[in-house]
Design a binder for this molecule. Structure first.
Ligand code: AMP
Length: 253
């Protein structure tokens, strides 16, 4: 497995005979890899000749500096897991490598990005779309794999790929859950034991037959802060905070 911190070295490798003519599956992540990420890597492994993983905690998508600081970083362990998953190349650049423009240039979407998480995290999806575009340009994959856990992100990335005629297909992958139903997330490791105990009721409430308002009321009563519970695009979306940790999830409506 090749590991690239330098964008220049990555670009040389991408142009080399080792890569030319082989299909590429790409999985962009912010690291702290868990079974959800691994399911994307496994699918990429099955469907492509080469698998490329990126690990980059993207500061431009964090509207809350405390959240960025607390975000788990486990690079050595991530590289071990990536090796076990059969990844061929990992791209893990520093901020200055990926943002030579210091974020003077950004990509934005004018509609869906303003709703749901976009309404509660100003600028979040500008950061997401910008970094995904940069990574797509560098990797030039045939297919890129995105989790339905971040369904709004998946829709926005897919829309961007269509709007800009990108050659990379955007493939949605099912949400992987803990045995009690909680969607796997790198942020779950930040939950205290009490908060983790409570967190499992979030997916249950979301998929109950209650109305969005009733779900929000039930979660509030149990001690969650509720950013939103809302139905759109045939799905029911929710975002809550518990013990200072923000959790999102969505299910078919
Ligand atoms: P992240 O590292 O959280 O930015 O996630 C990287 C990719 O993994 C995104 O496409 C996520 O949607 C996906 N992902 C994260 N958690 C899960 C999960 N529990 N199941 C499936 N995909 C996931």
């Amino acid at each position: 497995m090749r590991v690239f911190e330098s964008v220049r070295e990555w670009r040389e490798f991408r142009r080399s005979g080792e890569v030319a003519g082989r299909s590429i599956g790409f999985v962009p992540t912010m690291g702290a890899l868990h079974e959800g990420h691994l399911s994307l890597l496994q699918r990429a492994r099955r469907e492509n000749e080469l698998v490329v993983l990126s690990i980059f905690v993207n500061p431009t998508q964090f509207n809350d500096p405390g959240d960025l600081k607390a975000y788990p970083r486990t690079l050595e362990r991530d590289l071990e897991r990536a090796r076990e998953a059969g990844v061929d190349a990992v791209l893990c650049p520093e901020f200055a490598e990926l943002y030579p423009d210091a974020y003077r240039y950004k990509l934005s979407e004018a509609s869906l990005s303003q709703l749901l998480c976009g309404r509660h995290r100003p600028g979040h999806f500008d950061g997401v779309l910008t970094v995904v575009m940069k990574l797509f340009m560098l990797v030039r994959a045939d297919r890129a794999y995105f989790g339905e856990k971040d369904y709004q992100q998946y829709l926005l990335v897919k829309g961007m790929a269509e709007a800009f005629f990108l050659e990379t297909g955007v493939v949605p992958c099912q949400t992987v859950r803990e045995s009690d139903g909680l969607a796997m997330s790198s942020r779950n490791t930040l939950l205290s034991p009490e908060a983790r105990g409570l967190a499992k009721t979030f997916p249950g409430e979301l998929s109950s037959g209650k109305s969005p308002d009733q779900v929000a009321a039930a979660l509030l009563e149990q001690g969650f802060e509720v950013d939103y519970i809302e139905e759109r695009e045939g799905r029911r979306f929710g975002a809550v905070r518990i013990g200072g940790v923000r959790l999102i999830d969505n299910v078919r409506a």
